[in-house]
Design a protein around this ligand. Sequence first.
Ligand SMILES: [Cu+2]
Length: 197
Amino acid sequence: MAMNGSLKMAATALLLVLAIVPAALAVTHTVGDASQWASGVDYADWVKGKTFRVGDTLEFKYGASHSVDVVDKAGYDGCDGSSASEKHSDGDTDIELKTVGPKYFICPTPGHCQAGMKLEVTVVAASSGTPSAPTPPSSTPATPSTPDSPPAAGTPGTPTPASGSTSPPPPAGGASKGMMSYVLVGVSMVLGYGLWM
Ligand SMILES: [Cu+2]
């Protein structure tokens, strides 16, 4: 039964890895890449081919002549930062994408947005495409007792059909699913039933 124990530990480790990987996929997008947040960059072109997910971060890097205003669509279309929900001018601004939908950013320096220093990204849900384990990693699947001491319990599934026609539990059917835990549960049920009889 030591083999089963190590296999179960391996399976648990695998589940943990699968549960952790999606979180590790959160990405920081440096706006404009090497061009950064500056004049003369086509940010509509920069966005192409990229996927922005909830949990990702936009990092704006820019010189002292620029700023970042978080605006709505009207502010984006009109290059108007007067109703911006956030204003940043620290030169290195991280903005986490927290909700799905379009997000708009402009540089409020006069003339910059009008010349194209504006960014629209569409944020999508975080977990699309990863079918990972939906259940939390519960490491103790309720079978702590390894049935090793009573080996003579042989021929399970036939526990004295004394009480009428309907046999009590169908353990063989449950065990046929191939899951090791189900097998262990079935065996322990049979053993427990035998001891009880
Ligand atoms: Cu600017």
